[in-house]
Design a protein around this ligand. Structure first.
Ligand code: PLP
Length: 398
């Protein structure tokens, strides 16, 4: 069976079939190729593969058929030319930076990104003379002012974690290109189902596959998508040499996850919207953060840039950390875990978990207060989710 050309099919079809190449066994579902290396018909063929004169597998640190199926399927869904899978979302960001940047280069990043991404930029890459300026996600003047002659990359997540601020990707892409920079978008919260950054001018899309792409909380993985000459050459060259490659088993879990991604995302959005509206009616809350609420500062932008508002809702309780911890401990159904994008609803206290590596000043600058709670709405019965949160409210209002 030859592979389907994703350009000829809709994305619901691509999600289920793109990248599949049946073996001579005729299997219907994609197999897991657990083989570290691959054999050659002759010494001459081995030499041709190693020389790059002939395409084909050599070793699973470089390429693996199951991993390739995942890569091609995700590239099709994002509308990108080439995808490389990585061992984690963090190694996707690391591989992008190591593949494209050199000592002396500069990054401008949103300050409201995943806490570990901040640490990667400010504590790890800085040791190699790769420096990052952090700006407020929605302050476009600040983005422009932070760009220097040696800036190579603008980096952001939208919606941001955990406050769900939305940045105008088109506007930042135009800014990046006018200053000879690449725009890198971590599309973890939306997935290609809700937001397609390439259509808005982004150059590179990053994923933590750990979240919605798996969607069932099983495996750690990541991906980088972009043009063949950027991702397929520079980033892949780093990956195959340095080795943060995705395992075939994890790739299989993720590629099966992609098959149900749209259906799951729609239900995550539906539950999140209902919970956000319900939270607005509760007592003891300072603020609810969800792009699907009319009062969200970038609600209008979210409507045009995304096809759904996502599964993450944050809210700030009156009473700071003590109230937030009491609330979290009173829930019984919610999983207390910092993971997100799971079928199971999760609850976390960002200030003391995902963002605990930031200093108090850094946390305050990005608006992550002690009373803040982040929910990732899963696929449970909406009435059970509300009843569980109600236990939290009873505990803090007592
Ligand atoms: C989780 C996450 C990452 C890191 O991914 P891992 O798979 O945990 O390494 C990066 N960006 C965002 C937005 C995330 O939520």
């Amino acid at each position: 069976m030859s592979k389907l050309d994703p350009k000829l099919y809709g994305n619901d079809t691509n999600a289920v079939r793109a990248g599949q190449q049946r073996s001579s066994e005729g299997e219907n579902s994609e197999p897991i190729f657990t083989s570290s290396s691959f054999t050659f018909k002759s010494a001459a063929e081995a030499a041709a593969r190693f020389a790059g004169d002939e395409s084909g597998n050599i070793y699973s640190r470089f390429t693996n058929p199951t991993v390739r199926t995942f890569e091609e399927r995700l590239a099709a869904l994002e509308g990108g030319e080439r995808c490389v899978a990585t061992s984690s979302g963090m190694s996707a960001i690391l591989s992008t930076c190591m593949g494209l940047l050199k000592a002396g280069d500069h990054i401008v990043s949103s300050a409201s990104i995943f806490g570990t991404s901040v640490s990667l930029f400010s504590k790890v890459l800085s040791k190699f003379d790769l420096h990052t300026s952090f700006v407020t996600l929605t302050d476009y003047n600040a983005w422009e002012a932070a760009i220097r002659p040696e800036t190579r990359m603008l980096f952001l997540e939208t919606p941001s974690n955990p406050l769900t601020e939305i940045a105008d990707i088109r506007r930042l892409a135009d800014l990046a290109h006018s200053r000879d920079c690449l725009l890198v978008v971590d599309n973890c919260f939306c997935t290609p189902v809700l937001q397609r950054p390439f259509e808005l001018g982004a150059d590179i899309v990053i994923h933590s596959a750990t979240k919605y792409l798996d969607g069932q909380g099983r495996c750690i993985g990541g991906a980088v998508i972009g043009r063949e000459d950027v991702v397929g050459e520079d980033i892949f060259a780093f990956l195959r040499t340095a080795g943060p490659s995705m395992s075939p088993f994890n790739a299989w879990v993720f590629l099966k996850g992609l098959e149900t991604l749209r259906l799951r995302m729609q239900e995550h959005c539906r539950n999140a919207q209902q919970i956000a509206e319900w939270l607005m009616r509760q007592e003891g809350i300072e603020k609810v953060y969800y792009p699907g609420l009319q009062g969200h500062p970038q609600h209008a932008l979210a409507r045009t840039q995304q096809s759904g508002f996502g599964g993450i809702v944050s809210f700030e309780l009156v009473g700071g950390k003590a109230a937030a911890w009491r609330f979290i401990d009173a829930t019984e159904l919610f999983s207390i875990t910092s993971n997100l994008g799971d079928t199971k609803s999760t609850i976390t206290h960002p200030a003391s978990t995902t963002h605990n590596k930031l200093s108090d000043a850094e946390r305050q600058a990005v608006g992550i207060n002690e009373g803040l709670i982040r929910l990732s709405l899963g696929l449970e019965d909406i009435n059970d989710i509300k009843a569980d949160l109600h236990k939290g409210f009873l505990k803090v209002l007592k």
